[in-house]
Structures are given as structure tokens and as C-alpha cells.
Design a protein around this ligand. Structure first.
Ligand code: LLP
Length: 424
């Protein structure tokens, strides 16, 4: 994996050993490779450059829900990325990272009034609208503060796509997007709204999608729809084709990015619109690992348990989606392997990172990494069991920086308030 290598029987991120990071920063800690992020960004951009014509290059909007650390955002901004956000909090992160608001796209089914106000005041590029009441709300708020909103309508194409039921978003039964009929209704409504400029459509069918055919099937819903909307006099000058590009967690066959780009070229480019893409996981997923220490090796009649100091509150993907993450020893990497259940300290059986996994034999105090944890890792972490949020580290060649301090227990406790009447 780009950015990860082995030296002296020890795992390194670029030129820094994970042993050194554990010693200096402690565990559990998320560690990210800058080189891996850059590599992924350039791979995506270059594939598009090679396949799509120069005048139809996509506006790449990093879906920062995948990893919203402001250092990561700043780095992607420095590479030329734009931004997709889903909340006011992400807007604030994006602005702090230096993104130009006019390059920010706002998505999500539950945009709140105060969020809409901030997004309008900031002057974002567009709102991707998911329902008719949302359209009415944006018109109302924009009118009140005398602003103008560019909007696109998210089509629900009724297609199943994505690595897990919980992250498939394009089926009729999902909460996302508008049916074909509702899209027509939305455009007609928008025409009579004083503060709305409807510019196009968006589509996002799910995450971790491996089959290029799934994207193709979704894209194929667009030409007839665009043509019918144009025939009704609507302007379609922007198509946001979403994210969903997969990464390797295990030994999956990766989506052929070139084939994907070819379908964009064949189906979307002829519609002659601006094209937006919203990659999240693809840009950061394989860049990160969760570095952890073995607390105990518990051997029972049934199993060998590796009890780590990381838990489901730090990385919830295995618990929530039964997601596979590779787990490796950081030191003594050529020790003979042993079969383990890898678990955390949280009081739930679901706090399990792997079952019956062959890993180099480990002892208490050894270090392990849970790999491919750069996307939907830290950003989904919680304080369950009053466990402080882990630190985050960014490695760049022979340097590393703490890009988020480890939370302290005091910081967690300070959020709670005891009402006076309880002790009076
Ligand atoms: N655009 C929209 C509108 C989205 O909802 C998402 C992800 C993306 C773009 C980026 O998708 P990506 O390129 O990262 O697949 N927590 C889950 C994934 C949830 C994805 C939510 N939406 C996981 O850990 O697998």
C-alpha cells in the first residue's frame, strides 16, 4: 500500500516507524500517510484528465464526511480539491481549511434553517436538494435574507449499489433523493420561486461500489431525463455524479476507474454540462491506520483473544457494517502466525475487530494496526464507555505532526452539568 513499508521487521508509515509514534504519542492513534492521499488524488484526477475532454473535466469535491480533520482538508485543498459538505460543522471545517465557499457543494436530507442561512451567507456553489419541503425551505430562507440559491435536484434512480445495506442510498425505499416525477415537480416549483436558480441534477447511489455496471446503470437514467427536462424549458447546466468509489480492504477486485471514466465520457459528457464528482473514501481510506497496543492475550478453551486498547468507539465499521479491516503486527512481523479474535475493551460482544484471524503471534504490549481506517474511522468515533477520542497523526516523509490531540477525560467530563437540585 502506498505510504506503508517494512524496515527492520517493523511497519513504517513513509519514513516514520509506527513504533516511534506509539512511543511518543501513545495509543490508540490514527496515523495517515500524506503520500497515499496525494497518490489517490492524482490517480483520480489523472484518470479523468486522460479520458475526459479538457472542457469537461470534473470539479472534484472531496466528501469530507469520510475524514474531516482540518489538516487533511487543508492538504486536499492544497492539491486542488473542492469540497462536499453535509452539515454546518463541515462548512466551518472547510472554511478553516481555506476552501473557497463558491467551490463548496452542500448535500444531505436534513438541512436546517440556520444551516441554510449560513450556507447562503457564505455563498456556496450549490445546494443538492433531496425533497420538495427542503426546496420550499431554502426559498423561504433565501427570500428572508435576500440571497439567491443555486440548486440541483438529487435523483433517486431506484438502483441498489454499495458495499452494505446501510450505505446503499439509491433505492426507492431509501430516504435519499427525488423520484423522476418529483424531479419534474421540483423544477416546475423552482421556476416560480424568486430566490432559486435550478441548474441541474445530482445522483449518488451508495458507497464502496465495486461494479462499474452499477454506476453505468445509474448514469443511463440521466440522458432521457435531461432531454425531457430541457424540452420542458428547464436549464440543465450541472450534473453532480456523486461519489462511491471503492478501496481495497481485503483482496477485493477494485473498480476499474478508467472504465468508470469511460462511462462518464460516453454518457455524461455528451449532455454538455459542468460535471461534479464527490469522492470520499477513495481519497483517504487506505491512507490511514488505527495504531493500537495489545493489552492482554487471553487464551480460552475456545479462542485466543487479542484484547487491544482500541475499541468500537474508536473505529465502529466492523461493529456497524461487519466491515473487514486487515490487522497486522507492527513489530516482529515474521513471527509465525496464530489465529485470534481481535477485540476491544468495550462491554459488548460486538466490540470485535476480527474473528478467527491469522496474525503474527503477539504478546501483551505489542503494537497492532487496523488498516484502511482513514475513511469513516475517526470521524465516526464516540466517547462510548467514556473513552477519550484518539489522537490523529499525519506523516509526511520523515516528519510527522499531531493533527488532533488525544482527548482527555477531563474534557469529556466538563461537558456534563449536574443540576443544583440533585444535591440540595
Ligand atoms: N456524496 C454523498 C451525497 C454521500 O452521501 C457520500 C457518502 C459521498 C458523496 C462519499 O461517498 P464515498 O466516496 O466515500 O463512498 N460510514 C460508511 C459510509 C457512508 C457513506 C455516506 N455517504 C462506511 O464506513 O462505509
Amino acid at each position: 500500500m502506498t505510504g506503508y513499508n517494512e524496515k527492520n521487521n517493523c511497519l513504517y508509515v513513509e519514513n516514520i516507524s509506527l513504533e516511534q509514534i506509539a512511543k511518543e504519542v501513545g495509543t490508540p492513534t490514527y496515523v495517515y500517510s500524506t503520500e497515499n492521499i496525494r497518490n489517490q488524488y492524482e490517480k483520480l484526477q489523472n484518470t479523468m484528465r486522460n479520458v475526459l475532454p479538457a472542457d469537461h473535466q470534473p470539479m472534484l469535491c472531496y466528501a469530507c464526511k469520510a475524514n474531516s480533520n482540518i489538516a487533511i482538508l487543508s492538504y486536499l485543498h492544497s492539491l486542488g480539491s473542492n469540497l462536499e459538505i453535509v452539515s454546518k460543522g463541515e462548512l466551518h471545517r472547510g472554511l478553516k481549511a481555506g476552501f473557497d465557499p463558491s467551490k463548496i457543494v452542500s448535500t444531505g436530507v436534513g438541512k436546517q434553517k440556520d444551516e441554510i442561512t449560513e450556507l447562503l451567507n457564505a455563498g456556496i456553489h450549490q445546494f443538492n436538494i433531496e425533497s420538495l419541503p427542503e426546496l420550499e425551505q431554502i426559498q423561504k430562507v433565501a427570500n428572508e435574507i435576500d440571497k439567491f440559491a443555486n440548486v440541483v435536484f438529487r435523483l433517486n434512480p431506484d438502483i441498489s449499489g454499495g458495499g452494505h445495506n446501510k450505505i446503499s442510498t439509491g433505492r426507492k425505499c431509501d430516504k435519499f433523493g427525488l423520484s423522476r416525477n418529483a424531479v419534474f415537480k421540483a423544477f416546475a416549483m423552482a421556476k416560480n420561486m424568486s430566490n432559486i436558480n435550478a441548474t441541474g441534477l445530482s445522483i449518488h447511489i451508495g458507497s464502496q461500489i465495486f461494479e462499474v455496471e452499477t454506476f453505468k446503470t445509474a448514469f443511463k437514467k440521466l440522458p432521457a431525463l435531461v432531454s425531457d427536462l430541457r424540452n420542458e424549458g428547464h436549464t440543465i447546466e450541472c450534473l453532480d455524479i456523486g461519489g462511491g468509489f471503492p478501496i481495497v480492504y481485503d483482496n477485493e477486485q477494485l473498480l476499474d476507474l478508467k472504465a468508470y471514466a469511460q462511462w462518464v465520457n460516453d454518457i455524461i459528457v455528451p449532455l454538455d454540462t459542468k460535471i461534479i464528482m464527490e469522492p470520499g473514501r477513495y481519497l483517504v481510506g487506505n491512507a490511514g491506520v488505527l495504531l493500537s497496543k495489545v493489552l492482554y492475550v487471553k487464551e480460552t478453551e475456545e479462542k485466543n483473544f487479542l484484547v487491544l486498547d482500541a475499541a468500537m468507539n474508536d473505529l465502529i465499521r466492523p461493529t456497524l457494517y461487519d466491515a473487514y479491516h486487515e490487522i497486522e503486527a507492527v513489530q516482529n512481523r515474521n513471527a509465525s502466525s496464530k489465529t485470534y479474535d481481535v477485540v476491544g475493551p468495550v462491554c459488548e460482544t460486538g466490540d470485535t475487530f476480527a474473528i478467527n484471524r491469522d496474525i503474527s503471534e503477539m504478546s501483551a504490549g505489542d503494537l497492532a494496526v487496523i488498516k484502511s481506517a482513514g475513511a469513516y474511522g475517526f470521524c465516526m468515533a464516540s466517547n462510548y464507555n467514556t473513552r477519550p477520542l484518539p489522537a490523529e497523526i499525519m506523516v509526511n516523509g520523515s516528519n510527522y505532526e499531531v493533527i488532533r490531540k488525544r482527548q482527555t477525560i477531563e474534557e469529556i467530563l466538563n461537558m456534563d452539568i449536574i443540576p443544583e437540585w440533585i444535591n440540595s
